[in-house]
Design a protein around this ligand. Structure first.
Ligand SMILES: Cc1cc2nc3c(=O)[nH]c(=O)nc-3n(C[C@H](O)[C@H](O)[C@H](O)COP(=O)(O)OP(=O)(O)OC[C@H]3O[C@@H](n4cnc5c(N)ncnc54)[C@H](O)[C@@H]3O)c2cc1C
Length: 332
């Protein structure tokens, strides 16, 4: 078991903020992982995937575990479905490409989301009308306190919008995820951007959908290697009926999606725009010119500057529209 000390975390987060981990471990097997957890029971532990959804504001005074378990295995199949177990350190988009190449349907709308496979259940990644919970059947984990293994069914994961039991409790290290994919692909026009990208193709294939999503994302999102960022910074807020009515009085053209009779969702990007933060920059941090929901780093190594900008946006949106934006990105 190899434990490293004082490891720089800047290369491990896509915002490229500086911080050091007191202890750092990269287990290559579940057994190694259990051993590390059992040995360091007195240390606080942070699980690090590829660092696309978190950044650091200070040194991490504990143990950072960066799982390195690789492997993709078909564990069951029949004429209609295939179950595939994928280990935590596999790259998510490589897995999507593998599914599309093998005609396994279900994840093509989630193309190009930067992630390790171990992190996808944590915030139930979603895009273009699809959430990953729709294809997850089981999640294998190790308990962070006891080092014991535990398997979760889909129901036990308590998936919600950018949420799960893993995110809420922070108690489980995901070692592998079992996905159920369909062998027959039926094109469902789910999302307007994808539908317009596919205009002109009479019967889109799974590969067409993947290409469309890749093209849209490449046009719309900043390249984190050039402009460090963590994707959508805030969650889209849910509103009660009264909150929705008050918002519509202030912003009659606000986008409102009905979730059910008493719950509505609005667009955080729209609120940020209308609060005056479209393409706004404060020193080295700002909103991305093509998408106000993305906060980009123009050159600071200090996570605190990103937090200061985040608070500025939250306060301004609140003072205009009485809605408090919750960050989707994790701050450490
Ligand atoms: C340009 C860009 C675009 C994005 N677009 C989308 C999008 O369309 N939809 C979307 O949903 N997200 C999007 N994101 C966010 C990001 O892709 C996801 O949150 C992704 O799952 C993060 O994966 P990661 O491996 O980098 O996890 P990390 O950022 O390393 O970790 C995220 C959280 O998961 C925990 N975690 C990581 N691995 C494990 C594990 N094995 N076991 C337990 N906990 C773990 C961490 O402790 C942390 O709390 C985007 C990000 C970027 C930079």
């Amino acid at each position: 078991m190899n434990i490293q000390h004082n490891i720089e975390l800047k290369p491990y987060n896509s915002f490229r903020t500086k911080a050091k981990a007191k202890l750092f471990s990269e287990p290559k097997t579940v057994e190694e992982l259990c051993q590390v957890v059992k040995q360091y029971t007195n240390e606080k532990i942070l699980i690090l995937g590829n660092g696309y959804n978190l950044f650091f504001t200070k040194d991490y005074n504990g143990l950072v575990i960066h799982p390195l378990m690789k492997g993709i295995n078909v564990c069951y199949e029949n004429d209609k479905v295939v179950d595939i177990e994928v280990n935590a350190a596999e790259n998510w988009d490589d897995f999507v490409a593998y599914c599309v190449a093998n005609n396994y349907a279900g994840v093509e709308n989630l193309s190009l989301i930067p992630s390790s496979v171990g992190a996808v259940p944590v915030q139930n990644i979603g895009a273009y009308g699809t959430e990953v919970k729709e294809v997850i059947t089981r999640v294998k984990t190790v308990n962070i306190e006891s080092g014991k293994q535990k398997e979760f069914t889909n129901e036990m994961c308590e998936f919600g919008y950018r949420d799960s039991v893993f995110k809420r409790t922070g108690k489980y290290i995901i070692t592998s995820v079992i996905f159920r994919l369909q062998k027959e692909f039926i094109y469902k026009p789910k999302y307007k951007d994808v539908v317009s990208e596919l205009a002109g193709i009479e019967a889109p294939t799974m590969a067409d959908v993947r290409n469309a999503v890749v093209n849209i994302r490449t046009r719309k999102l900043p390249d984190y290697d050039i402009l460090p960022n963590a994707g959508s910074f805030f969650k889209n807020p849910f509103l009660t009926n009264d909150e929705k009515e008050s918002l519509l009085r202030l912003l009659p053209d606000a986008t409102i999606h009905k979730v059910n009779e008493s719950c509505f969702k609005t667009s955080a990007a729209f609120l940020i725009d209308r609060a005056g933060f479209r393409n706004k920059r404060n020193k080295m941090v700002g909103t991305y010119k093509n998408h106000s929901l993305i906060i980009v780093n123009y050159g600071t190594e200090e996570g605190k500057e990103i937090v200061d900008f985040m608070k500025e946006v939250q306060k301004s949106v609140y003072s205009h529209f009485k809605i408090w934006l919750e960050p989707e990105v994790r701050v450490y």
